[in-house]
Design a protein around this ligand. Structure first.
Ligand code: AMP
Length: 311
């Protein structure tokens, strides 16, 4: 089932201890779309400026992504983000965010984008997320990502947006910030009471946790020795996770299938961090993803130990 994604399409300037890029293709919607394109057709909705290159659109087209709802705003500038990572890549500082064409953006979804059964509201202004959610009232599965900026300056709108979706995907620190609860499981349980049925807590290099009314599941990140640039790992995870769900339309949204979706998101995110921006995902293959999911399975399973415990 096709997936519609709305979110940033960006130029990123990124510095990590292993190098830097001054102007590379980025944006939450782009990272998501490239990852999800391994599972289903993806339609991207979002604005770009005059400065956005054909070759960047071609990166998405080559993966079969439908970019006909990417709106070129004449006289506008593409969203720009600049970030720098600390020595262990766990801390990231945002040095500049220029909304550019996102200021005043009114999403206009084509009939095709509105027909998708699955919708991903990537990290953008909560008002825009609500607006797009309203244009796909019958979508079977809607997931939403956000960030601390919107919790700080638009919390009420963000809560409304979260109430309208099936799944929230957020960093663990942001889940705590959003709910004011220091405990991650309590924070997730509180959000389940708002409406969503699935909460995914992203935990950076430690992986991701899944909380539903049925239970709890956690997967570590795939152990990588050479992490070059984590930018977009969260959106790439979301692309694998949501993409897997979209590709299994007949299946009940059980914890079993959500766990498999988590494994695919985790595998995709691990490739994303191997190189800068979208570089690695651009030449990734389905076989490589499948092999990494198998490896992830092998390193996370253990058998029950029939051990006689003392006491
Ligand atoms: P992640 O590393 O998964 O948090 O995603 C990083 C991507 O998000 C980058 O490619 C940025 O272009 C994009 N991004 C950063 N800040 C924002 C923002 N305020 N709104 C929308 N997208 C953003």
């Amino acid at each position: 089932m096709p997936i519609t994604v709305v979110g940033s399409i960006a130029y990123d300037a990124v510095k990590t201890p292993f190098g830097e890029r001054e102007r590379m293709l980025g944006g939450a919607a782009v990272h998501f779309a490239l990852a999800a394109s391994f599972f289903e057709e993806v339609l991207v909705v979002g604005p770009v400026g005059d400065d956005f290159g054909e070759s960047e659109l071609e990166v998405m087209r080559r993966r079969g992504v439908d970019v006909s709802d990417v709106e070129r705003v004449s006289g506008g500038k593409t969203f720009f983000w600049r970030g720098e990572y600390g020595w262990d890549l766990n801390s990231r500082e945002t040095l500049d965010t220029q909304l550019g064409v996102f200021e005043g953006f009114q999403p206009k979804l084509s009939a095709r984008s509105r027909e998708s059964d699955v919708l991903f509201l990537a990290n953008i202004l909560p008002d825009l997320q609500l607006e797009v959610r309203g244009q796909l009232p019958d979508a079977r599965f809607v997931a939403l990502d956000s960030m601390n900026l919107w919790i700080d300056i638009a919390r009420d709108q963000l809560v409304k947006a979260i109430e309208s979706v099936d799944c929230l995907i957020l960093n663990d620190a942001e889940l705590r910030q959003l709910t004011g609860k220091p405990n991650l499981v309590s924070a997730a349980r509180e959000i389940l009471s708002w409406g969503p049925k699935v909460i995914v807590a992203k935990q950076g290099e430690y992986g991701a946790a899944l909380v539903t009314n049925e239970g709890f599941f956690a997967l570590p990140a795939y152990p990588m020795e050479n992490v070059i640039d984590p930018t977009g790992a969260g959106d790439t995870f979301a692309g694998g996770f949501v993409g897997y769900i979209a590709a299994h339309p007949g299946e009940v949204l059980s914890d079993e299938m959500l766990r498999r979706a988590m494994a695919h998101g985790t595998a995709l995110a691990s490739f994303n961090v191997e190189e800068f921006g979208t570089e690695r995902i651009e030449r990734l293959t389905g076989d490589e993803i499948a092999a990494r999911v198998d490896e992830l399975h092998a390193i996370t399973r253990f058998s029950g130990a029939p051990l006689q415990l003392r006491g």
